[in-house]
Design a protein around this ligand. Structure first.
Ligand code: AVJ
Length: 310
């Protein structure tokens, strides 16, 4: 295991700067404290949240085709590994011999890797605690040969197209002539998109509102969850789902050396989830330096998995 956790003071400064900005913002990576990770796991089994099961079906159906295209992936680097479940399903087909799990949440990673190592004693495993939304720089232990980078779940959707390009350029450099396997959520009808991010059971609302508790712990703020409601909608012009927290009435949030007043219905922007068109994403991969990419979709064309060579 190798951890490079962000300094608490830096996290706090980043959060308070976001809260004080003209458009108050909290980065979506803070959605995943221990409870947030469990709420997200619950989201993935909601009938309305199609991405996880659609992507899993694409992998189940086309894995051998993907493996044939990629060639043996001796080193598999999992970006945002979490419980490592998705990567584990690739081990046999891709002939993985070294597995590098990267995640911002290191506690979770530790437990996941211990279990995984017991089931796959022949695979060398390394856990890396890293916030790659800042910069993706893998340690030398990640191996000096070509690497296959795995970025499933459409987490790339959290980045603006410009940020996504910058991240994919780093991914391209880190794969060292290897490959990338990435899941991408696609543009579809507004009602399908909005139901996936504002489910009737309120799990996504709980996931979003729980962010405020996490921020209270990280930044020493005094958010009262009762003051905030979940808002999610598709911004068609920018091709993204936006999640916000909206003040139910006038409220002031305080911390050690500052405060911010929110008028009724003022919002804090908490997440973007970009939805791509296949051609635009293929062009993005090319712009990031990847050569010929291929993609596989579900029958409804809701989600795509792209494979590209470095
Ligand atoms: C984990 C970023 C892919 O954007 O669909 C799910 C997170 N947010 N429901 C997504 C999320 C609200 C998810 N990603």
């Amino acid at each position: 295991m190798q951890f490079a956790p962000e300094a608490p003071a830096r996290i706090r400064a980043e959060l308070l700067a976001g809260l004080s900005a003209p458009v108050a913002t909290i980065a979506p990576k803070y959605l995943y404290d221990a409870l947030g990770a469990r709420l997200f796991a619950a989201i993935t089994v909601l009938p309305e949240y199609y991405p996880t099961r659609t992507e899993a079906a694409i992998f189940a159906r086309y894995l051998s085709e993907m493996a044939a295209l990629l060639g043996p992936a001796a080193t598999l680097v999992d970006l945002g590994a979490g419980n490592c479940e998705k990567a584990e399903r690739l081990f046999a087909a891709l002939g993985v011999r070294r597995y590098v799990a990267v995640d911002i949440s290191v506690d979770y990673l530790h437990a996941s890797l211990e279990r995984l190592q017991r089931h796959h004693p022949a695979i060398a495993m390394l856990g890396v605690g890293l916030d790659f939304t800042r910069s993706l720089c893998l340690p030398p232990e990640a191996g000096d040969g070509p690497r296959t980078l795995f970025y499933p779940g459409s987490s790339i959707g959290n980045f603006t197209p410009g940020e996504a390009l910058a991240l994919l350029r780093q991914v391209h450099a880190e794969c060292r002539g290897g490959a990338l396997l990435i899941g991408v959520d696609l543009v579809k009808a507004r009602d399908l998109l909005e139901a996936a991010y504002d489910d009737p059971l309120g799990v996504t609302a709980a996931f979003n509102r729980n962010l405020l508790r996490h921020v209270n712990r990280l930044a020493g703020t005094d958010f009262d969850l009762a003051d905030w409601r979940h808002v999610a909608f598709f911004n068609a012009q920018r091709s993204r789902i936006e999640m916000h927290l909206e003040a139910l009435h006038d409220t002031t949030v305080r911390w050690a050396e500052g405060e911010r007043r929110f008028a009724a219905s003022a919002r804090i922007h908490t997440e973007n989830s970009y939805k791509w068109r296949v051609d635009d994403f293929a062009a993005l991969l090319a712009a990031a330096g990847f050569s010929a990419s291929r993609h596989w979709c579900d029958a409804r064309g809701w989600f795509a998995v792209f494979a590209a060579h470095g």
